[in-house]
Design a protein around this ligand. Sequence first.
Ligand code: PXP
Length: 398
Amino acid sequence: MATDLTIQAQAAGFPLHRQKIKRLTNWLLGQCGVQDYTVSLLLTDDAEISRLNAQYRNKNQPTNVLSFPFGEGADANIAALPLKELGDIIISVETALREAIDYKLSLHERLSWLIIHGMLHLLGYDHERSANDEKKMFDKENELLHTLHTYRRRGMTTLAINVDHVATIRQARGITEPDPVFAAAICELAGASGIVVHLREDRRHMQDRDIYLLRQTVKTKLNLEMGANKDIIKIALDIKPDLITLVPEKRQELTTEGGLDVLAEKKKIAKVIEKMTAASIPVSLFTDPDAKQLAAARDVGATFVELHTGKYCDVIGEQNREHEFQLLVEAAEAASQMGLRVCAGHGLNYQNTAPIAALETIEELSIGHAIIARAVFTGLEQAVKEMLAILRQADCTI
Ligand code: PXP
């Protein structure tokens, strides 16, 4: 299933969400039963679509959508096509935007309709041949729109909040506040789906007391981040968190610096997983977006991987960021295909989270610093709600 999407320079100024458009078109191929075919989708402007309209339809004016089936005259008999290519759909984003404003829709909603319309033409539907054909096309269009509006992939990407930074502020004074246990309750009341805490060997932020209390108070899910360290393993087996996430831990680091080297530490990690599995505690491995590490994670019996988003977040320059993003896209897909459940986190903030949250295979994001930092100014409840709004927005349509 493939959508070959081109956004021409003339259309690049419009607020287009490349991933969302591709996802929608791929979904549509699946809905129409032609998931193993390729469709070529070109988003352009009025001038270019007028030129094509004049050249191929003798109509020297802009239109919203044009379709050119690959097998001319093949009608609905796509099985007769020599290649698994349906043809081209060309849309003027300029016209689509005008129509969206007229019909009080978002640009994406209008584009969705036009892509459906264009796709049906490629599949042999026609609204000009006869009244009967027009009705058939209209009915199919409505059916697909209805399915689209009621379709929910698997619920939105959920948000687990790391409250270590609240403990960091407390430890700066060595007193009892602010209390990460209170913070966790506020996060849950604001809509978080889980609480994450890292009990470090050096106890620089979270203390044993926090972990034991949180085990009793957290109502959603408690995810204990930890190094594969004997004492911490003992605590984990004692409190039985809902999930543990194994991370590499170095004494001198400010925060977790990279993913686990699962390949190099297979034996050690497998042993921890074995112990946790015996206690019915699922294990997540914090890994870089690297296929070999993911395969090793699967081999040692991990249930989840948490993809390290740090590089994507920290890299400078749009091109580099896009490269890091693509690595995450591929890794999330590969991990999911291997049967691993996929989470992601580290360095995510209010500016860079949306594209990651839109990835279909990622179940949950683990976010700490950005939320606690914003909470200093807005209050914790508000900071959580603003992050949840980003996740909801990334999810709400295909
Ligand atoms: N995931 C893991 C494995 C981490 O170690 C951390 C940092 O504690 C996070 C997620 C959250 O990162 P941040 O605080 O940058 O949101």
